[in-house]
Design a binder for this molecule. Structure first.
Ligand SMILES: *Cc1c(COP(=O)(O)O)cnc(C)c1O
Length: 391
């Protein structure tokens, strides 16, 4: 059923699916923690790898889990994929497994990742150097000093900064370092970092992969030798994705291509509309030709994604007025679901930073982040225009 040359939409639906003895057209939910054996010899055959079989769900040995992992590996052009209970579980397992010789973090990263790198990992002897995305001299210097893992997001949150994946990977590899990319904003539909030279790609499956704001999960895709040590962390930190969530994730991935393509086109349209609006000072969207990272995005992405950030003319209170005036966009954390969401980063994700720090990172009070969902595009456009007219 699954051929090497199938298209991505076909792989979203068919890759990894297990047809069981009853003929279900997709993998059923194996909501079980353990698996029975007919004899000790039979059990040892499975444990010692002489026979296929499942043993214990926390180890990742459960068909609902391995089936969605096979689908994700195919979508990322990876040897294998490993799923986790959340995006942060996936990131922490990656950094624990591969960060012991020093981590270089390029550009802006998710708040949880930053907290993990600055407050928790140092106690476990994993130290991170933070560099601006374009600081290639600093990057070379730390690579030369022996840092062995480069980590970044592209596009990044919330300013959609684009980092040149192929360029950073070839530089890191000349020093023998590995590159891990958090590709949550792009999804494997819009960007496949492993094909551009990256060693590890990570997603918060809570966002686009789940896509319906109803499951929490994470995934890492890479070559088997990179995933091997992560398996052990996942097992002993107990970071496994629950089988019913794995099933829900597989169900959601079936429509990933359709959802992302639609979100790409609606977001591009809305970004252009917003750019023309007199009350909008700046639009951050990689698909706009005057956006700083546009040329790189055009090279390394198939679509520009469903996230848009804007700065409106006015202060933080004016931005709050716009946010509160939206009727279709829901005020909520998170992104990537079928529902359009809105947030004001200065009051939410970047609330704990000092105003000076926020300013230096471009997180102004009047910055608004939009996650474009699957509603009728004209309805979203009308909602944005009406809320801007009330500011
Ligand atoms: C949400 C998010 C995470 C964390 O994912 P969880 O599933 O909430 O743990 C990591 N990276 C990015 C870019 C995110 O948007």
């Amino acid at each position: 059923m699954t051929h090497k040359n199938n298209g991505v939409a076909t792989n979203c639906i068919h890759a990894g699916e297990i047809v069981d003895q009853f003929g279900a057209p997709h993998t059923p939910t194996y909501d079980t923690t353990t698996f029975k054996f007919s004899s000790t010899a039979d059990m040892l055959d499975v444990i010692e790898g002489r026979k296929p079989g499942c043993f214990y769900t926390r180890y990742g040995s459960n068909p609902s889990i391995t089936s969605v992992e096979a689908k994700l590996a195919r979508l990322e052009h990876a040897e294998s994929a490993v799923v986790f209970a959340s995006g942060m579980a996936a990131i922490s397992a990656t950094l624990l497994a591969h960060g012991e010789h020093g981590i270089i973090c390029l550009g802006e990263v998710y708040g949880g990742t930053w907290e993990l790198m600055t407050k928790q990992l140092p106690a476990l002897n994993r130290h991170t150097k933070f560099l601006k995305a374009g600081d290639s001299e600093g990057l070379k210097q730390h690579l030369a000093a022996g840092c062995s893992l480069v980590f970044f997001e592209t596009p990044s949150n919330p300013l959609l900064e684009i980092i040149d994946i192929a360029l950073i990977c070839s530089l890191a590899h000349t020093y023998g370092a590995k590159v891990a990319i958090d590709g949550t904003f792009a999804t494997p539909i819009n960007q496949q970092p492993l094909t551009l030279g990256a060693d590890i790609v990570i997603h918060s499956a809570t966002k686009y992969l789940g896509g319906h704001s109803d499951l929490t999960g994470g995934v890492v895709a890479a070559a088997d030798d990179m995933l091997e040590p992560m398996h052990v962390w996942r097992k002993n930190l107990g970071q496994i994705l629950a089988p019913d969530s794995a099933h829900l994730l597989a169900r959601s991935l079936a429509t990933l291509e359709v959802r992302v393509v639609r979100q790409n086109s609606t977001a591009l349209h809305l970004a252009k509309v917003l750019q023309q609006h007199p009350l909008v000072q700046q639009v951050y969207y990689p698909g706009l030709e005057n956006f700083t990272g546009h040329e790189i995005a055009k090279r390394q992405m198939n679509g520009y994604g469903g996230m848009i950030s804007i700065i409106i003319n006015g202060d933080g209170a004016a931005a709050t007025k716009m946010v509160d005036g939206l009727q279709l966009f829901t005020l909520a954390a998170s992104l990537g679901g079928v529902e359009s969401l809105v947030s004001q980063p200065a009051l939410t994700s970047h609330r704990d930073l000092s105003p000076a720090m926020r300013q230096s990172r471009g997180i102004t009070d009047s910055l608004i982040r939009l996650s474009i969902g699957l509603e009728t595009p004209e309805d979203l456009e009308n909602d944005l225009i009406q809320s801007l007219s009330e500011v």
